[in-house]
Structure formats: structure tokens, C-alpha cells
Ligand binder design. Structure first.
Ligand code: SAM
Length: 219
């Protein structure tokens, strides 16, 4: 089994998304792939989400809960739900999560079971490129639906290297979904999904962070 298959394969009923079923290996790969900066990048993503103490947060495609736990630390008395189609990866997330305000549930981004207007913050990191292209807009519409008016969206996505050799390397290591991730389409897609105040920040290594808000009353 190649690394690309480890990171991106379709094995989970209920979604055509590429799921991760080897949480331990995924975290080991992440440590290397982020060059030792994974913790710093994810803490920064959590801050950029605008989440504050008491908020209700949904982390979609949470995997092993790396961002979920950092969001939980930030919201204190609030709660964070990590959602992923892979029950296997969620087992690892539960095992390694000590934060009492963090829970996990099986679900898919393209059809969320949450009520309308039920979260203050919705986030996802390295998840959208796991969905077939045609489902990405559906997933963004779902994120907007479950956010409260004025609620905040944070997306961290893989920013492929600009040079062809770097992209080739990413393709060999992880597969085409990351190597050809159409990152410049992300902010326009978020705007098209009906969000406002759309902003974009590049982080090192590899991450573009897009933030936005659902129109409506700010808290
Ligand atoms: C690269 S991992 C990212 C995990 C975590 N967010 C992180 O940054 O470490 C992508 C995750 O998206 C999940 N995924 C795949 N299809 C999905 C879908 N339809 N809805 C939600 N998550 C999905 C995978 O199972 C996997 O855990």
C-alpha cells in the first residue's frame, strides 16, 4: 500500500469522499509533512477561526482530532463536535482526546445532521480536497446552513507547491487530490456559497486559510 493510498482512499459507506482509516500512521505522516510545525499551524488556525470562550464549534472531517482539541482548548466552557465518516479514525480521536468539552460523531460534510443555525463556528482542515469536486459546493452550503447568523467559517486547505517538481513529489507521496488541489478556487467558492467577509491567509508550510462569516447579526 503506497502513501497516497494510506492518505486518500474510498472505503467508507455513505460518502464518495476519500477517508482515512489509519489514524496513527496519518498523525506520524502529518508530523513529518508539516516539518515539525503542525502544532503551531493548527493553533494559529484555531485562533484565526475567531472562536471564543463559550462557543459551540463543529469541526468537519476532524480525522484524529488534531484541530478539534485545539478548538476545544480555545472555547473553554463551550463545546466542540468533531465529525468524520470514518469510525476507525474517530476511535483514535476519542482515545487521545483529554479535553472534556470535545465529542466525536460519524457524519459527512455533504449532508450534516445538525439543525439549521446551531453552531457559532464551523471549521475544517485538509478535508475539502477529500470530496469529489462536485460535492464541495454542497458541503459549503451545509456549513452555511448549520452556522448561526454572524457565525464564523474557517477552512484550512492544502496549497500545492507552485513548481512542477514539488507538485510531482506531492503527487507521488499523497496522490492527485492534493497535488492538483485547485486552491485559488476556494475563496471564490466560499463567496459563491453565500458567505461574506471572506479573507485568505497563506501559512507555512502548505496551508491556505480562508475565513468568512455567515451574513446576519454579529454577536
Ligand atoms: C486529511 S484528513 C484531515 C483530518 C484533520 N482535519 C486534520 O487536519 O488533521 C481528511 C479527513 O476528511 C475525512 N473525510 C473524507 N470524506 C469526508 C466527508 N464526506 N465528510 C467529512 N469528512 C470527510 C477523512 O476521513 C479524513 O479524516
Amino acid at each position: 500500500m503506497g502513501l497516497g493510498h494510506l492518505l486518500h482512499h474510498n472505503s467508507t459507506p455513505g460518502t464518495p469522499g476519500l477517508t482515512i482509516d489509519h489514524g496513527g500512521s496519518y498523525d506520524a505522516f502529518g508530523a513529518v509533512f508539516f516539518g515539525g510545525r503542525r502544532d503551531r499551524v493548527y493553533r494559529r488556525l484555531a485562533e484565526l477561526s475567531g472562536a471564543k470562550p463559550g462557543d459551540q464549534v463543529l469541526d468537519i472531517g476532524c480525522g484524529t482530532g488534531y484541530l478539534t482539541r485545539r478548538m476545544a482548548a480555545l472555547v473553554g466552557t463551550g463545546t466542540v463536535v468533531g465529525l468524520d465518516p470514518s469510525a476507525i479514525v474517530l476511535d483514535r480521536a476519542r482515545r487521545i482526546t483529554g479535553e472534556p468539552n470535545c465529542t466525536y460523531t460519524v457524519g459527512v460534510a455533504e449532508s450534516l445532521s445538525a439543525e439549521d443555525d446551531s453552531f457559532d463556528v464551523v471549521d475544517n482542515c485538509l478535508m475539502l480536497h477529500h470530496l469529489p469536486h462536485e460535492l464541495r459546493a454542497t458541503a459549503l452550503a451545509e456549513m452555511r446552513r448549520v452556522l448561526r447568523p454572524g457565525g464564523r467559517l474557517l477552512i484550512g486547505e492544502f496549497r500545492p507547491p507552485a513548481n512542477p517538481i514539488g507538485r510531482h513529489l506531492v503527487r507521488v507521496l499523497t496522490g492527485p487530490a492534493m497535488a492538483h488541489n485547485p486552491i485559488d478556487e476556494l475563496a471564490p467558492m466560499v463567496t459563491h456559497a453565500g458567505f461574506e467577509r471572506v479573507g485568505s491567509t497563506d501559512m507555512h508550510p502548505w496551508i491556505r486559510c480562508v475565513t468568512a462569516a455567515k451574513p446576519g447579526a454579529a454577536e
